[in-house]
Design a protein around this ligand. Sequence first.
Ligand SMILES: N[C@@H](Cc1ccccc1)C(=O)O
Length: 512
Amino acid sequence: MAPAASTSAVDLTSEILHALSDKDPVLSAETFPQVPFESIKAALDRLASRSMVTYEQVEREEATLEPEAEVIVSHGSHEARVFEAVREALDGLSIQDLESKVGDKTVTKVGQGKAFKEKWIKKDGNRLVALVDSINDVTRDQLRVIQETRTHDPKILADLKKRKLLKMQKVISFTISKGPKYALEMIKEETDLTAETLASGSWKTATFKPYNFNAQGADQHSGALHPLNKVRHGFRQIFFEMGFTEMPTNQYVESGFWNFDALFVPQQHPARDLQDTFYVSDPPKAAKPCPVSAADKQDYDEYFRNVRQVHESGKYGSIGYRYPWSEDESLRLVLRTHTTSISTAMLYRLAGQRQDGRVPPARYFSIDRVFRNETVDATHLCEFHQVEGVIADYGLTLGGLMEFLEMFFAKMNVKDLRFKPAYNPYTEPSMEIFSYHKGLNKLIEIGNSGIFRPEMLEAMGLPKDLVVFGFGLSLERPTMIKYGISNIRELLGHQVDLNFVQNNPAVRLDKD
Ligand SMILES: N[C@@H](Cc1ccccc1)C(=O)O
């Protein structure tokens, strides 16, 4: 909304209207020498929008005198001052006397040189004597003209400018003339049709302010998406573009079974230590996996047995880990340490679609919170968001996984990936994904990936020739890079600046 007109702005519009009434209908900004340019322009725009005046903006160059030139205008040029001093002394002056008479070393020195050149003075022995009776102080005359008119012959202006006696300034002025709706007073324009104006009939004669369809609306105080949500949105778009469906991840608590055992993570694995994983003590134990709906015809008991067996003694061509697998351990409750627990449950559901020994190919993704018992520092919290994708299909190869990851990351302008062999209990082979970061000038790890092991997939009843890729990365890292945040506590937690959340633009993952 436009601010209400201040009194001085009203005065100015009325002054402009009056000035136009009793003068020639063309008038320039110099009529209001004390008023700043912006105010005149604003007043003119108000009048012009009502067709009361028309105006044109005129730009020209004006010359203004430098302080030294002001001195010349009042006392004469250096050479004229030297000449006058010499002429006044009837039998000439020594240089020292000249200097004390003029009272300025520079004036004496510069003026002498010029007076010699003009042949106004000459040297007679060691005295200076005048050669003429009077001189024309051209410089002073030129500067006087400029002082009054602010301009002169271009050649003269250029010469004086070179001598640093004046500077040129751009001056903007307005040529104003009466518009078709010119009047002495600005009529108050009504902005609303009210009950009163209708009842009194004053609407018939009132002038209504036209709609300004170009006006900007007032800032709205609305909610704002957190930067993590904006980046999450970008990732979701990429997944949808690539034919993925979103997995339901709305549970933070998992059993050890879905978080670890089903993934062929042995029960002694360090990731399952208290130091790494948060355990839930109440309730003390999860129920055994069971059908999730009436339509779920899977044999969970058999799956549970398969998992136990593949850990304890091996199956599906694997010799297993050879340790006594504990059912209680697998039924402990944990805050999920990765969303791969959900991917696993989804793959088991996919196995339930098996018909004539085949399941359909599938692409799943999720972006949600996971929890790890980490030491909190500038880049780690006890929780973060994991971006995870799973692709199940026939005839997939490791090269295909690399190619897919290159395509996926290229969609966010992350190119030149490097892959490094890694270890996950549930994938073989496994690869860490690295990318060269221009800003940090080094390779940084951006994700983890691999091909799920048969020990995991076959225990679910998935066909032997089905290959399943998996990959995961954090949402926080790309968000911190995109928004230039170096401390994760500026992104999450009580230290987050709400203005930062409110004012940040949407992120474009395809821009650097
Ligand atoms: N679960 C892995 C990511 C991953 C998912 C699927 C396959 C391979 C790796 C992690 O937390 O880092």
